[in-house]
Ligand binder design. Structure first.
Ligand code: ADP
Ligand code: MG
Length: 246
């Protein structure tokens, strides 16, 4: 196997909010085309970790490298980081006054200074990929939660990010809408998109994850292939968590 360098390196990451120590030395790497699934109890720092990785939060200690370069905390550098690392949230955060297509075009036109003619074919292709072609001219309020979330995924892809972070993107959806969104993510995973997925959908995580990370209280307790984490966890804390959620 050719030696391949990590796309992302998280090294000794510490994050505090005031006196609260949220991340207490998190270390892992993500390789190109890898799908990392992060599981763990509520409050363990999963969302904070994702927000640190795409530069939405500053950090107190440690480093985050994209390829071999440490993220620098200047506005210009952070803007580049957010173009290279996309993020999809539980609350879809679409702009309500813009149509689906306008939501997709906004960042490429405003942030990347591209022309509409340059971006439109890719935007149309992505809407097709997430099964939303027929809703290009609809407004977010006219769509179901699952449809809005699929648009949000397409919107993040239109920037051609090198890594996409998903933070519990199905948690706010009606159960019958969850599957459509998970299917879109699964198809993305199969096309070699590098992804970090925080989810409570254990079956889905086991299915798509190349590697599972179990976090608790701001540290990685255990990580490994899905068969290990779900089938033969090494740590008592992991076993206890899985007993409660499965
Ligand atoms: P998870 O996503 O695993 O549920 P979070 O990263 O959202 O965990 O939160 C971890 C801890 O950090 C929680 O105790 C939460 O209350 C706290 N926290 C998150 N964001 C902030 C913030 N902006 N200010 C203060 N505390 C925060
Ligand atoms: Mg969270």
């Amino acid at each position: 196997m050719e030696t391949n360098k990590p796309k992302l390196t998280i090294r000794n990451l510490h994050k505090r909010f005031g006196e609260l120590q949220i991340l207490r030395g998190v270390n892992f790497e993500v390789y190109s085309q890898e799908v990392i699934v992060i599981i763990g109890p509520s409050g363990s720092g999963k969302s904070t970790l994702l927000r640190c990785i795409n530069g939405l939060e500053g950090i107190n200690d440690g480093q985050i490298f994209i390829d071999e370069a440490a993220i620098e905390y200047t506005p210009a550098s952070l803007q580049k980081v957010r173009q290279r690392i996309g993020m999809v949230f539980q609350s879809y955060n679409l702009f309500p006054h813009l149509t689906v297509m306008e939501n997709l075009l906004l960042a490429p036109l405003k942030v990347q200074n591209k022309t509409k003619a340059e971006v439109l074919p890719r935007a149309e292709e992505l809407l097709k990929q997430v099964g939303m072609s027929d809703k290009a001219d609809s407004y977010p309020s006219q769509l179901s939660g699952g449809q809005q979330q699929r648009v949000a995924i397409a919107r993040s892809l239109v920037m051609n990010p090198e890594v996409i972070l998903f933070d519990e993107v199905t948690s706010a959806l009606d159960p019958e809408r969850v599957r459509d969104v998970l299917d879109v993510m699964k198809a993305l995973a199969h096309t070699g998109t590098t992804m970090i997925i925080v989810t409570h959908e254990m079956g889905f995580g086991r299915d798509v994850g190349d590697r599972i990370i179990f976090m608790d209280q701001g540290v990685i307790v255990e990580q490994g292939p899905p068969e290990q984490i779900f089938g033969n966890p090494q740590e008592e804390r992991t076993r206890q968590f899985l007993r409660n959620v499965m």
